[in-house]
Ligand binder design. Structure first.
Ligand code: ADP
Ligand code: MG
Length: 733
């Protein structure tokens, strides 16, 4: 019997090409097949069949690629791509000049849509340089654009395809699966469907793959959107409840003079910082573990907030050990030693920078601070230290021992902090910088032998829209730093026209001459890093490797140029950043990896190439890199700004001051697919579309909260329990 779990091969015979193609699309089981949704619906009536083409007219043809060859024209050595396209009526030749990337982008067996003028070539019908349509998912909110044309069209599903697996084949396979499956049990409670006027799973599947009307397809997509947002919320609410059941150290904040500590910063806190500190201290007063996300633009001063939280914590004493520390009623006084704080940063450089600033901030308290990274450990203070900061390197086993017996109150580090061999004695607070998700198990893992559960302060500079935050951070409480410290210079941002490129280089030369440093951001890593999914535009973009070489040879021979991108090893990346931090490199040519908060105050200029390729909030974060000092910062954008949409987006970017505003624009303008780091959130395209719909998100969230209150362990909803399990493991790092 065929079930949702059956492998596709049991449903239909597969040849080698299909097997490879399906695997590429991530389709293994019948269930995968049914959840491979169409990206849009084509109206067959708008295409001209090849049979019916007339010479010298412009037409749109939809067909399968039968042949594809890349050549060089023998006379001019010009790149030439030649293809044969077939539809039900016949075949035609298609020729593209000077677009060599097309032969990599397109593939035999795939379906394309081309528009161009019909001509003849070697006695057969042909099109020369027709435009090729690239298929993209369209938002459920702009319903009409999902569909080719009017109400009575024949709606043919168009799927994401790959070599050997065409839309037509997928359509047949899905139809067969739906006819073969005896039942498709629905994990959503019937009552919930009724309340929200949503179809059952089976109906929704039938409608999304073969809608009779546009409304069928829209309501089916709505069901899957709701389903996904609801399921993520169920997982988050379950986790939230789980954490609330744990017991944390209650921090007595009354007895701690945080004002005295804040005075040492040498600057007044912003109102936003004060509010966030208020939230945090209030949370930590309780023995229910805090789970708070502190979201604030680059440079909004999250470290200072974290420092105050750490200070309040270490000024408290641990509880006396009891036999039953998890029983809230037998909790006794906190007596000896001090509570501990773990502060985790995403890179070694950042961890080291935090270590150095914490030494400054905590020097007067006389407490010990440790740094632990992949390349070694440090401890402050030290009698044998030979540096001005008074720290010394120590062995990891020695440090582990001191952390385990509670002698070191503040431990700063990279991922090395959460390794198994490290045990805290009284871990009360975990601060996580730029690592958004840190779940129940990781928190338990950190605490290990300690029966108490650490408070969690998670910090991020990634501005995300409200609907996304409500969904993926549904288990966290949110504090916003929506204010930059006073006196910060605004970054002068300029959209540069191509003819002014040389002028910009001269301006940069002047800044470099004064001893400052510069970032140059490219959208790609190397000219060779392409894959089948690349769009034409992407293949033409500037890349780090080639651009760094060009700048070194042609533009800035007198300056030291470094590179940084995600394909470098972790060590190489760190090395490259260190060189830049230590000013052994003047210009850093990089991809958007520099986003992750590193602090180089001497870098005051950033050039962003191919700016139209980045999300607005991502551009904003990149620009934030140069807003860290008292020098006037500059951001120069190079963008292919021919399209109206790009112009509109660039205008928004030049005008908006705040990352949250830009994240909302991103969501509305480009779809979340292009929001910073979206891929890593693991939400499907349909789920992402749903995030534009605040009403839907709030309804799904409320429904999840209600259901979890009624049935916390989902014992009354076993199907839902099984269905939402994978969402519990969803990782957003
Ligand atoms: P981020 O939020 O990006 O982590 P940081 O915590 O690194 O920002 O702060 C950026 C810089 O701003 C640091 O040099 C910090 O000392 C300084 N800073 C933080 N808060 C204030 C403030 N209220 N007034 C002035 N400078 C501040
Ligand atoms: Mg930071």
């Amino acid at each position: 019997m065929i079930t949702l779990q059956s492998p596709i091969a049991e449903l239909t015979r597969l040849d080698g090409d299909k097997k490879i193609g399906l695997a590429k699309l991530g389709i293994v089981t019948v269930r995968d097949l049914l959840y491979h949704f169409p990206t849009r619906y084509a109206d067959e009536s708008q295409y001209v069949s090849i049979q019916g083409l007339t010479e010298d007219t412009v037409a749109t043809v939809r067909g399968t690629i039968k042949k594809l060859t890349a050549k060089k024209s023998w006379k001019s050595k010009m790149a030439l791509t030649e293809g044969v396209i077939e539809d039900v009526g016949g075949t035609m030749t298609v020729i593209w000049f000077n677009q060599p990337y097309l032969s990599k982008m397109l593939h035999v067996g795939g379906t394309i849509e081309i528009t161009g003028k019909v001509s003849t070539y070697k006695d057969s019908l042909a099109m020369v340089n027709p435009t090729v349509r690239e298929e993209k998912a369209l938002p459920i909110d702009s319903h009409d654009s999902l569909f080719a044309s009017d109400e009575h069209a024949v709606l043919t599903p168009v799927y994401p395809e790959t070599r050997g697996v065409s839309s037509l084949w997928l359509h047949h396979a899905v139809t067969r699966a739906l006819a073969t499956l005896e039942t498709i049990p629905d994990h959503l409670p019937a009552e919930l469907l009724k309340q929200n006027s949503l179809p059952t799973l089976k109906t929704a599947l039938i409608w999304i793959h073969g809608p009779k009307t546009k409304d069928n397809a829209i309501i089916a997509r709505k069901r899957f959107a709701f389903d996904e947002i609801f399921s993520i919320n169920i997982a988050r609410q379950k986790e939230r409840l789980n954490i609330k059941e744990q017991v944390a150290y209650a921090i007595n904040t009354e007895s701690v003079d945080t004002e005295d500590f804040i005075k040492r910063f040498g600057f007044p806190l912003t109102d936003a910082q004060r509010t966030a500190i208020g939230h945090i201290l209030q949370d930590m007063e309780h023995d229910v573990p805090m789970s708070r996300l502190l979201e604030g633009d680059v440079g909004s001063g999250k470290t200072a907030v974290a420092a105050v939280a750490a200070y309040a914590t270490i000024m408290n004493r641990p509880f006396k050990a009891t036999d039953k520390p998890l029983d809230r009623s037998v909790r006794t006084k906190q007596t000896y030693g001090s509570l501990q704080v773990a502060y985790m940063a995403p890179t070694e450089i950042l961890a080291t920078q935090h270590f150095e600033s914490f030494i400054e901030l905590f020097r007067h308290t006389g407490i010990s601070i440790a740094l632990i990274t992949g390349s070694g450990c440090r401890k402050f203070p030290s009698k044998v230290a030979s540096n001005k900061d008074n720290w010394t390197t120590i062995s990891r086993p020695q440090l582990s021992k001191w952390i385990a017996n509670g002698e070191i109150p503040i431990v700063i580090g990279t991922h090395a902090l959460i390794q198994k061999s490290l045990t805290f004695k009284h871990l009360a607070l975990a601060i996580i910088d730029e690592q958004h998700r840190f779940g129940l198990n990781q928190r338990k893992g950190l605490a290990k032998k300690d029966t108490h559960f650490p408070h969690l302060l998670s910090m991020t500079a990634t501005p995300i829209p409200r609907t996304l935050a409500l969904t993926i951070y549904g288990d966290l409480d949110l504090s916003l730093l929506d204010q930059l410290p006073a006196g910060r210079k605004q970054v002068t941002t300029v959209l540069v026209t191509p003819d002014k490129r040389e002028d910009v280089y001269e301006k940069i030369r002047a800044v470099l001459k004064e001893g400052r440093q510069c970032y140059i951001i490219c959208p790609r890593i190397a000219s060779s890093d392409k894959d089948a999914k690349d769009t034409i535009a992407k293949l033409q973009m500037k890349n780090v490797t080639t651009e760094a070489k060009r700048l070194q040879e042609k533009i800035f021979p007198e300056y030291r140029i470094g590179i940084l991108h995600s394909k470098m090893t972790k060590e190489k990346k760190e090395e490259s950043m260190y060189d830049f931090v230590n000013h052994e490199v003047d210009i850093l040519v990089a991809t958007s990896v520099v986003e992750v908060g590193v602090n180089v105050p001497n870098a005051t200029v950033i050039i962003i190439e191919g700016a139209e390729r980045f999300g607005l909030s991502q551009l904003h974060q990149l620009r934030g890199r140069v807003q860290r000092s008292s020098y006037q910062p500059y951001c120069y954008l190079f963008a292919d700004a021919k399209s109206e949409r790009t112009q509109e987006r660039m205008k928004l970017f030049l005008e908006a001051k705040n990352g949250f505003e830009l994240a909302e624009y991103d969501l509305q303008l480009r779809g979340t697919g292009e929001l910073t780091g979206t891929q890593q959130w693991g939400i499907s395209d349909i789920g992402m579309e749903a995030l534009r719909n605040l009403k839907l998100v709030e309804a799904a969230r409320q429904a999840a909260i209600t259901l979890i209150v009624e049935d916390p362990t989902l014992e009354k909803h076993p199907l839902l329990d099984a269905y939402t399990k994978p969402f519990e493991k969803m990782h957003f790092e």
